[in-house]
Each structure stands twice: as C-alpha cells, then as structure tokens.
Design a protein around this ligand. Structure first.
Ligand code: GAP
Length: 535
C-alpha cells in the first residue's frame, strides 16, 4: 500500500487533517475529522472496555497468574514541576539536535544521514533528512548542485561508501547540511529537552515555569496513595489513564506517527516484587492479543523483547509491540506500544527525600559532579498487605500505548484495493477500509434504493430505530452504487437497502462490506442482525 494513497483518502473522507491547514498547517500537529474522531474514539473505548470496565475482577483471566482489579484516573496535563524532576524527565528526557547556521533549520542528530562523495578533487559529506526511499535521489541532486554539474554528468560523482548517520561523523567541516548550499554550517550536537514549557499564573519567568506532561504515567504514580486510600483496592491492581501528552519532537514525521501532541493509553500495574516477572509476561501477551483481536494480525505485527543491554538498570524486561508501517523501509517496524517492567523505580523516586516548599523545584542543588539531586515528595508510597502484614514498595508493569499510533496502524491495515462489480456488473477497482466492525466509525448505512414510492420513509424509520444504539448514516443521494463506494471508503461494515420488495414483504437487503454478500432480513430484525455482527 502506498502511503500517499492513504494520506489522500484520510483528507478526502475526513479522517485526518493537518492542524491549522488554512494557515499552511503546523508541523507535528494533526486534527481528526468527522470519521477520524469516531475511529479514534472507538479505539480508545475498545481499550478502556477491554482493559478496565470489561475486566472481571473476580475470575482469573486467561494467562494471568491470579485475579486482579482495574481502575481508572483522569489527571491534569500540567502537574507540579517536581513530578518531572523525580520522574527523570527534567534531566534526562532529551534528544540531541544540530542547528544549521545557513538555513536556520534544526535537525535531530540521529536522523541526519548522508554519503561521502568526491568530484573536482574535493571530498564532501552530503547529508539529508529525506525518507529512506528518496535519500539517494536527494543527495545526488544536491551534490550535483554543489559541484555545479549537470544531471548528465552524474557519473563524475565518486560515491565513497554507503549511507552513514551524522552521529558517525566527528568533524562537520566537510559536511553539506540537509538544506545548506555551503559546507560547515552545522553546529555541534546539543541536548534538547522534549518537554513543552509553559508559565502558570501571573508569575513571570522561571518561578511560574511548568511543563505539559510528556506521558500520562506520572499522574498515576503520584495518585497511587489517593487511589489506595479512597478505594478498597488490594494488590495486584492496575490504574489506567487515557489522555493527551506533549513532546516537542525535533523532527515530527510520518503522518501522525511522531507528533508533538498525541494521546496515550497507559496502565500502571502494581504488584508484589516476587510476582512481577509473571505479571510482566501476562501483560506483554495480553496486549499483543488485543491488537490481534482488533484485526492487526499477520506478519505486519510483532512483539520484540529488548536485549538485556537495552534495558534500564531497574528493569528486568521490556517488550515493544511493533507494526510494519508502510512508510518505513522494508523489514522495518515502528513501535505501537511498550510493555515495561519498571520495578519500584517511579514510586521510590516520588517517595524519597522531602521537597522544601521554599525551593524552586527547577533549581535544586547539584551533587559534586554538577548533576541535579532528585528530591521526592517524602510521602510514604509503600503498601501494607493487610492479610500477611508485609509492607513493601510495589513493583510496576507498564503497558504504554499510543492512541494515535494504534489508530494509524488500524488505518494502514484497513486500506485495501480490490475489485467490485458496478451497477452494470462490470468489475471496477474499489478502495475499501476494512476496519474491524468494533472500531469502524459508522456501523451501518441505510439507503432507500430510489427517492420515491415511500422508500425514504421506511429507510428513515430504520435509521431512527438503529441510531440510539450505534453510529449509523442515512443517504438517499445519487446512484446506489456510488453510495456503496462512499461507505466502503468510510469503512462501514454493513449497508442496509430499502427496495421495491421491502414495500411488499417488509424485508431489506444487508450488504457485507468485505465479502459483498447480500442477504435479506425483516425490518424488525435489522437491529439485532447488525448488533450481533458488529460484536
Ligand atoms: N510511560 C512510558 C512512555 O511514555 P514511550 O515509549 O515514550 O513510553 C509510549 O511512549 C507510547 O506513546 C509509544 O509506544 C507510542 O505509541 C506513543 N508515542 C510516544 N511518542 C509519540 C509521538 N511523538 N507521537 C505519537 N505517539 C507517540
């Protein structure tokens, strides 16, 4: 599937728009259109239902080591700045960037690639940030321009070695930046914190400084004690949260895959340290199964366990659920979700030390090496098991998913081109979004075959009967074949048509989006039929 086709369908049919498009768009920000908002909402609802409200606290779930409880939270986007100090984000959540003095552009150090080339007795490194498929074309075009050569003299360019990442080049004096015309315009790499800073209240400057959360997880950790104290929940249990997160990505790219504003669906699962490896395995497998159940089956979905040298010091296991997004080079996968064994790292960080209310949390003391000292809340975040009397700091398993990435993967997986007969029975190429019915934005469309003979009235009655139960759509405009095509592009699994026979025997046809099979059911059975089929 070509990504351009999906991007164009998303705009044409109202799944996704560039943010502030009439002003030329705003890099890294995306808006969901009328179909997109339903799709993403269905993804989030499926997650919440399957992980939280639909979870049976009293039975042992398949593959789980024991029964467990699930509950939810909805925390603020702006939190006390000390939260980000203790989580490590203030000091450690950064990428390295390089700036170009000529083009005034900024690049992520590890995303600039290039090749050494020699011509006219000068050897230079031509760099690019083009997608992998276009990078050779881009460096060749720019090398020709630099050496003042015509395209027909491309054979004068002596390429030396394969593509390298800029991180492998130590001296930038012979580097041609991705948008530069002269050499040596890139600065040395510098750290760039990805958190968005804002000012709270009327206080100017650093005193009022705060951050937009880069993850929803920390809201859960800092409320751990509140949840314990306000509910009768016992370990093991999980707290779930869905909400916006913000990261000032240096180079947002690949549609919504890397955005600056996005939504996460996170669970912090608290358990006894001894049981944590079993719970880690349970969540890793449970989360993979969730994507499979919603249609991301097959070789484009995989689970990748991190090697031990990739793990944080406190973690005994991390796995990524990955999808082979079509914008990635062949055999490359992009992360959909990470499942991490976080030990007691987060609760301990928020617990240890005591915050002095007179200290600006962003200007804490540093140790002898100049590293900022982390200071926690000083609150006891340990757990006492009232059956055994044991007190301990729980270990945490964190399945952390991106709602936008999951939605994008479902869009990519759904996009299909096949052939379907038109009104005259001639096969025509059709574009169809084969969403799982649970996440399809519209569950059924209702059409009168023609706009006369009482058919619209019957169709409207069916629409009114179904509408309170799920999102349905009424359409009486244009040829029925065209109406089917529009619903195929919207991913509507069922189309219900009122025709001449309906007026005689009170039956309608139902058409299946994927198989194109059509069958008749009585008007009274429409609701039950669609409900049973969408699951
Ligand atoms: N609390 C752990 C955490 O935030 P992460 O791997 O940084 O872990 C979790 O993020 C998920 O959030 C990712 O797997 C991805 O789906 C989503 N995500 C992260 N950065 C994103 C971005 N810039 N744009 C869209 N989704 C993003």
């Amino acid at each position: 599937m070509e990504m351009e086709k999906l991007v164009s369908l998303c705009k044409r049919r109202g799944f996704l728009f560039q943010s502030s498009e009439i002003y030329g768009g705003f890099n890294g920000f995306w808006d969901y259109g009328p179909l997109g908002v339903e799709l993403k909402r269905n993804v989030k609802n499926a997650w919440w239902t399957d992980m939280v409200t639909g979870h049976d606290d009293l039975s042992v779930a398949a593959g789980a080591p024991a029964t467990y409880e699930m509950t939810g939270l909805d925390c603020t986007i702006i939190m006390h700045p000390q939260v980000w100090k203790c989580s490590g984000h203030y000091d450690l959540f950064h990428d390295h960037m390089v700036d170009c003095r000529e083009s005034q552009r900024r690049y992520r150090h590890d995303q600039v690639r290039g090749r050494w080339v020699e011509a006219k007795e000068q050897r230079i490194f031509v760099s690019t940030v083009a997608e992998t498929a276009q990078e050779q074309e881009d460096v060749e075009r720019r090398a020709l321009k630099y050496y003042n050569l015509r395209a027909k003299h491309a054979d004068q360019l002596q390429w030396d070695g394969d593509f390298l990442c800029l991180t492998e080049i130590s001296d930038f004096s012979q580097v041609l930046g991705p948008d530069a015309k002269s050499l040596n315009t890139l600065t040395e790499p510098r750290e760039f914190n990805l958190m968005f800073k804002t000012i709270v209240g009327a206080l100017a400057g650093e005193e009022g400084a705060a951050f937009l959360r880069p993850e929803t997880a920390q809201g859960i950790f800092v409320n751990f004690k509140n949840v314990l104290d306000s509910t009768r929940v016992r370990l093991p249990f999980g707290i779930a949260q869905v909400g916006k997160s913000f990261r000032n990505e240096i180079t947002p790219r690949n549609f919504t895959f890397r955005s600056r504003e996005f939504e996460q669906m996170e669970i912090e699962f608290f358990c006894h340290p001894d049981a944590s490896p079993d719970w880690y395995r349970y969540w890793r497998d449970r989360r993979l199964q969730w994507y499979t159940e919603l249609g991301l089956a097959g070789e484009r979905l995989r689970l990748r366990e991190h090697d031990s040298d990739e793990l944080s010091h406190y973690s005994t296991g991390t796995a990524d659920i990955e999808y082979a997004f079509p914008f990635l080079p062949e055999n490359e996968f992009g992360e959909l979700e990470g499942i991490a064994h976080r030990g007691d790292f987060d609760l301990r960080s928020h617990m240890e030390g005591k915050l002095d209310p007179n200290t600006n949390p962003l200007e804490l003391e540093t140790d002898a090496d100049g590293k900022p000292l982390w200071r926690g809340s000083g609150k006891d975040l340990s757990y006492r098991d009232d059956l055994t009397g044991e007190r301990y700091v729980p270990h945490v398993i964190e399945p952390s998913a991106g709602a936008d990435r999951a939605t994008l993967a479902f869009l990519c997986e759904a996009y299909t081109e096949d052939e379907a007969p038109d009104e005259k029975g001639k096969l025509q190429t059709r574009t169809v979004m084969k969403f799982h019915p649970r996440i399809a934005p519209i569950k059924a469309a209702i059409f009168p075959l023609v706009k006369k003979d009482g058919m619209p009235e019957v169709a409207r009655d069916i629409y009114a009967a179904l509408k309170p139960h799920f999102n349905v759509f009424y359409d009486e405009k244009g040829a029925v074949g065209r109406r089917y095509r529009r619903q195929d592009e919207a991913g509507t699994p069922y189309c219900i048509t009122v025709d001449g026979q309906t007026l005689q025997d009170q039956t309608v046809t139902i058409r299946d989006r994927d198989s194109l099979e059509q069958w008749r059911v009585s008007i009274d059975d429409c609701l039950a039929e669609v409900r049973q089929r969408i699951g």
